[in-house]
Design a protein around this ligand. Structure first.
Ligand SMILES: [Zn+2]
Length: 300
C-alpha cells in the first residue's frame, strides 16, 4: 500500500477541534505554553479512583486508572496510555520526550523509560491540570467501525470530527486471530483494514460519522481504494447495533438514489484487532496529509 501519490485534493472542511474548551490562565500555562505544575500540588497525584483520565482541552480519553501508579514524584504517573491517545515528541530541551494529546496536541508532560517502576518500564509523568477524571460508569460513549481502504487515511479524517474521542486502526471481518499487518497484506486472513472510533454521543452521532465515512472514501470502488488493491481495502460498515445498521443502509440508499453504484458491505461487528503501534496515528505523527483519502461531498 501507500506507494503511489493519489489524492482527491478537496479540502476536508470540518471545524477541527471545535469541541476545544476555553482554558483558564493556569491551564494555558501548562497545556499551551508547556509549563509544569509544582509536584505534590495537582489534583490527581494522590488519587486512585477507578475511571478514565481525559484531555482537559478536547475530552479525548488518555489514560486508565488501572495503569496509574505512585512513582513518588508528586505527579500522576501511568505506565501505559490508551492506545493511540498520546503522542511522543522530542522535547525542546533536547533531552526529554514530551507527551501530547494525540487528538488536539495539548501538552501533558513527559515520558521516561527504563526507571524500574513497573514491568512496563514506562512512566508517563502527567500534569494533573492537563486532565479531567471521569469516574467509571459515568462516561457514556459509543463505538463505530468502518473499513474504507488504508486505515491511515480513514483514521486521519475521522480524528478531525468534533466529538470523536479516539480512533484506532486495526483489522476486522476475517477469520485469523490477532493478525499481523503482513498476514493481512497477503490477503489470506479475510480481514479488512478498519478503524474503531470511540465517540461522545453528546457531541456527535453515528450518522455524522457514517456520512463522513462515505465522503472520505470511494464507496463505489470494489476491493480497493485508490491505488490500494485487494480485499483488505474493501469498503464495509461493521455495525454494533441495529440502529447503526439502519443508518448505514439508509445512507447507502440515498447514495444509490443519486446514481452511485455503492459496493459498501454492511455487516455485524466481529472482534476488532488493534493494529501494530506503528500504524496508529500515522499521519498525525508524520505531519502529512493522506495520499489515499480525501473529502468529496456526496450528501446534501
Ligand atoms: Zn486533547
Amino acid at each position: 500500500m501507500k506507494r503511489v501519490i493519489f489524492c482527491f485534493t478537496i479540502f476536508f472542511n470540518l471545524t477541527t477541534m471545535a469541541q476545544e474548551k476555553e482554558l483558564t490562565r493556569e491551564e494555558r500555562h501548562v497545556i499551551i505554553d508547556k509549563g509544569t505544575e509544582k509536584p505534590f500540588t495537582g489534583k490527581y497525584y494522590n488519587f486512585y479512583e477507578e475511571g478514565t483520565y481525559v484531555c482537559k482541552q478536547c475530552g479525548a480519553s488518555l489514560y486508565r486508572s488501572s495503569d496509574k501508579f505512585d512513582a513518588g514524584c508528586g505527579r500522576p504517573s501511568f505506565d501505559d496510555e490508551i492506545k493511540g491517545a498520546v503522542k511522543r515528541v522530542p522535547d525542546a530541551d533536547g533531552r526529554r520526550t514530551e507527551i501530547r494529546c494525540a487528538n488536539c496536541g495539548a501538552h501533558l508532560g513527559h515520558v521516561f523509560l527504563n526507571e524500574g517502576h513497573t514491568p512496563k518500564q514506562t512512566r508517563h509523568c502527567v500534569n494533573s491540570i492537563s486532565m479531567n477524571f471521569v469516574p467509571a460508569g459515568e462516561r457514556k460513549t459509543e463505538t463505530a467501525i468502518f473499513a474504507g481502504g488504508c486505515f491511515w487515511g480513514v483514521e486521519y479524517y475521522m480524528q478531525q470530527i468534533p466529538g470523536v474521542l479516539t480512533v484506532e486502526s486495526g483489522y476486522i471481518g476475517g477469520t485469523v486471530n490477532d493478525p499481523t499487518y503482513e498476514e493481512v497484506r497477503k490477503k489470506g486472513t479475510g480481514h479488512a483494514e478498519a478503524v474503531r472510533i470511540l465517540f461522545d454521543p453528546a457531541k456527535t452521532d453515528y450518522e455524522t460519522l457514517a456520512k463522513t465515512f462515505f465522503e472520505i472514501h470511494d464507496p463505489t470502488q470494489e476491493d480497493g481504494q485508490g491505488p490500494d488493491l485487494g480485499p483488505q481495502y474493501r469498503s464495509e460498515v461493521f455495525y454494533a447495533t441495529s440502529q447503526q445498521k439502519e443508518i448505514a443502509e439508509k445512507l447507502i440508499r440515498r447514495l444509490q438514489a443519486k446514481g452511485y453504484a455503492v459496493v459498501t458491505a454492511v455487516a455485524p461487528s466481529t472482534k476488532f484487532w488493534v493494529a501494530e503501534d506503528y500504524h496508529q496515528n500515522y499521519y498525525t505523527r508524520k505531519g502529512t496529509l493522506p495520499y489515499c483519502h480525501g473529502y468529496t461531498k456526496r450528501f446534501d
